[in-house]
Design a protein around this ligand. Sequence first.
Ligand code: 5GP
Length: 192
Amino acid sequence: MSLPQSENQLEILLDAEKIQRRVKELGAEITAEYRGRPLHLIGILKGSWVFLADLIRALDLEVTVDFLGFTSYGDGQSSSGQVKITKDLDSSIEGLDVLVVEDILDTGHTFQYLRGLLSRRKPKSLKVVTLLDKPLRRINPVTADYVGFTIPDAFVVGYGLDFAQKFRGLPEVRVLHLTPEQLAEVRAPAPR
Ligand code: 5GP
């Protein structure tokens, strides 16, 4: 797939300094809530690992980490909620305080599916932190327990988020203006 714009032409939505400041605040908030209790983080591959790497260093808690990967199938504009696991958790979460680390909450299909899947595994508690929230696109009425930034309805890349596996390494979050055809392609069945 040809890339629509080069990275430094893309408008910056959230600069690196703003992201780092907010991640530290989230770390402090989560530390205060779980103080004295071990916390099990589950990063959703692949978009959340940059956020998770910074967040874990902002937590003053005993923390363990696992990752979950899956493929979601879309209809050209959004994920549909039809999901296949590509990397399951390495260990049981039964009886643990679990915090799911997401990159972005969009239609809510993914989180709806994840919440069902993970609650059936009987964690002691299950919460979610998302770096970005796009409430204007929500179809499933789900909310995150911790939100880094609420953003408008735009397709964003950087800080772990990709377009066709590109732009993940950008330290900031930028807006990518996609044609409807490119949006359809990026939402086609593919590993996230
Ligand atoms: P949902 O199931 O909530 O619609 O979709 C969430 C997933 O869609 C995210 O975890 C992410 O992989 C992808 N996604 C949604 N919006 C964006 C966006 O603006 N940029 C990128 N790169 N991925 C997005």
